[in-house]
Ligand binder design. Structure first.
Ligand code: PHE
Ligand code: FE
Length: 276
């Protein structure tokens, strides 16, 4: 993204300038926050709701990263750094590898409540940070950062980015009570948090590492395919092996389109009705 001002450091971090938010910006946060709070009961996974609780991500307004970061640091050793927008891949990965989560500062306008293609502070803080309170997920994100630096060297960024997309951003998790959401892109979207569980159209397939890395994605609409993990240990274990031989293996296989279903895919039924 452009607009990197002279204040940006080599690692692209800036000051959040929390004092500088307007009353309108805090009001937009509250609107988004209250709407998601109501929707996410019975839809978000327990780990997310616990994280949100423990953080006390204020319904009151856009949080001060410094205060929020202290609670996060105490829980899992992660910190929040402010960035002006999307940063270069290598910079992003390097932050994750050091357990620093780069968060944007700006908030969407009132006429953009439902839809935004780039991350804003609501997505980054309310969508991602509560998940980083979970120890296993926190380790996964750090491992992902290290894996990103490696994938870049191996020319396989696109495949690794798909893994991020279908887990960190749009992942679902199977629980005894039915499917639940852990992907931040869904958690910060009112429309998609209902659609991903209740709509009959999208496919919900059992998570399989190679399958995910072969599947393209769309950034401009709700997903056609979601991948479902059983728990975060499964995700962490599946991604622990060295990816270098896997990248070589996948180079010989065609990419898959979102919405495509293979014979070997394990299809999961749509969600149990949300308990509300
Ligand atoms: N095991 C991966 C590698 O060797 C690193 C990784 C871990 C990537 C977790 C993503 C998530 O590249
Ligand atoms: Fe995100």
């Amino acid at each position: 993204m452009s607009g990197i001002g002279p204040a940006a450091a080599p690692d692209f971090t800036i000051e959040q300038d929390w004092q500088g938010y307007s009353a309108e910006e805090h009001a937009v946060w509250r609107l988004l926050f209250e709407r998601q709070q109501k929707l996410l009961v019975g839809r978000a996974c327990r780990e997310y709701l616990d994280g949100l609780d423990a953080l006390g991500v204020a319904a009151a307004g856009i949080p001060d990263f410094r205060r929020l970061g202290e609670a996060l640091d105490r829980a899992t050793g992660w910190r929040i750094v402010a960035v002006p927008g999307l940063v270069p891949d290598a910079v992003f990965f390097a932050h994750l590898a050091e357990r620093r989560f780069p968060s944007t500062c700006f908030i969407r306008r009132r006429d953009q409540l439902d839809y935004l293609q780039e991350p804003d502070v609501f997505h980054d803080i309310c969508g991602h940070v509560p998940m980083l309170m979970n120890p296993v997920f926190a380790d996964y994100m750090q491992a992902y950062g290290k894996g990103g630096l490696k994938a870049e060297g191996l020319g396989n960024l696109e495949r690794l980015a798909r893994l991020y997309w279908y887990t960190v951003e749009f992942g679902l998790i199977a629980t005894r009570a039915g499917l639940r959401i852990y992907g931040s892109g869904i958690l910060s979207s009112a429309g998609e948090s209902v659609y991903c569980l209740d709509d009959p159209r999208p496919d919900r397939l059992g998570f399989e590492l190679r399958r995910v890395m072969r599947t393209r994605y769309r950034i401009d609409r709700f997903q056609d395919t979601y991948f479902v993990i059983n728990d975060f240990d499964q995700l962490f274990e599946a991604t622990r092996p060295d990816f270098a031989p896997i990248y070589r293996e996948l180079a010989a296989l065609p990419d898959l389109e979102p919405g495509q279903v293979l014979d070997e895919d394990r299809r999961l039924a749509g969600a149990a009705p949300a308990l509300g």
